[in-house]
Design a protein around this ligand. Structure first.
Ligand code: ZN
Length: 205
């Protein structure tokens, strides 16, 4: 008789919904309007909206399941960015580079309309539009942020190496990402961020 290897984790079933619900999530966090100080170029408009709508207005939320640890494990989750516009700039997540910077990530759009905004620390920039059924494979070494360019919540499924971590300070230290996603008629376009001063090279691996 053979004995099962007790060190092998069991597969888990997840239910993932277009509204961002994720059954079995092990972590949920929320960001509020008041958490986004310094993110938007038009800080006066951001302040006005916080004063009127409240610093506790939900702007994005994340559900995630981290089931295993270590370099071979995956973190799986959903990100929901609520619609908004500050000056001409569409609502964004804080964005990050993975602390282990070679770690890649999949983002698959479940609902809404958005853009994955991407920079490298050496000055490349890219913006990839997402709609339900479209996904972006974000390679390692790319700073990334979700942007909601629609009027409904922008919901993505993400999946990345569980040991990747996040460096959130890099973007703030650079004066924001290199490019901004702004309103252009009924759509969106990219413009250079005048506050961006370039990224410091991450000291992480
Ligand atoms: Zn990431």
């Amino acid at each position: 008789m053979t004995h099962p290897d007790q060190s092998i984790d069991q597969p888990t079933l997840l239910e993932i919904f277009a509204n961002g619900e994720l059954s079995g999530h092990s972590r949920h966090y929320e960001k509020y309007a008041g958490d986004m100080a310094g993110v938007y170029l038009d800080s006066a408009d951001w302040e006005r909206q916080v004063a009127h709508g409240g610093a506790d207005r939900l702007v994005y939320s994340v559900n995630e399941q981290k089931y295993q640890e270590g370099p071979g494990a995956l973190t799986i989750g959903t990100s929901t960015v609520h619609p908004g516009i500050y000056g001409d700039e569409y609502a964004v997540t804080r964005g990050h580079l993975h602390a282990v910077s070679d770690r890649a990530e999949l983002y698959y759009c479940l609902s809404g309309n958005g853009v994955m905004l991407l920079d490298t620390v050496d000055g490349q920039t890219n913006a990839i539009e997402l709609a339900p059924g479209k996904a972006v494979n974000v390679p390692g070494q790319w700073v990334h942020r979700s942007v909601n360019v629609g009027t409904e919540p922008f919901v993505t499924l993400f999946c990345y190496a569980a040991d990747a971590g996040q460096d959130y300070g890099l973007i703030a230290a650079a004066g924001g990402m290199k490019t901004m996603i702004v309103r252009d008629g009924d759509g969106w376009t990219t413009i250079p961020n005048p506050r961006h001063i370039g990224y410091a090279r991450s000291s992480a691996a």
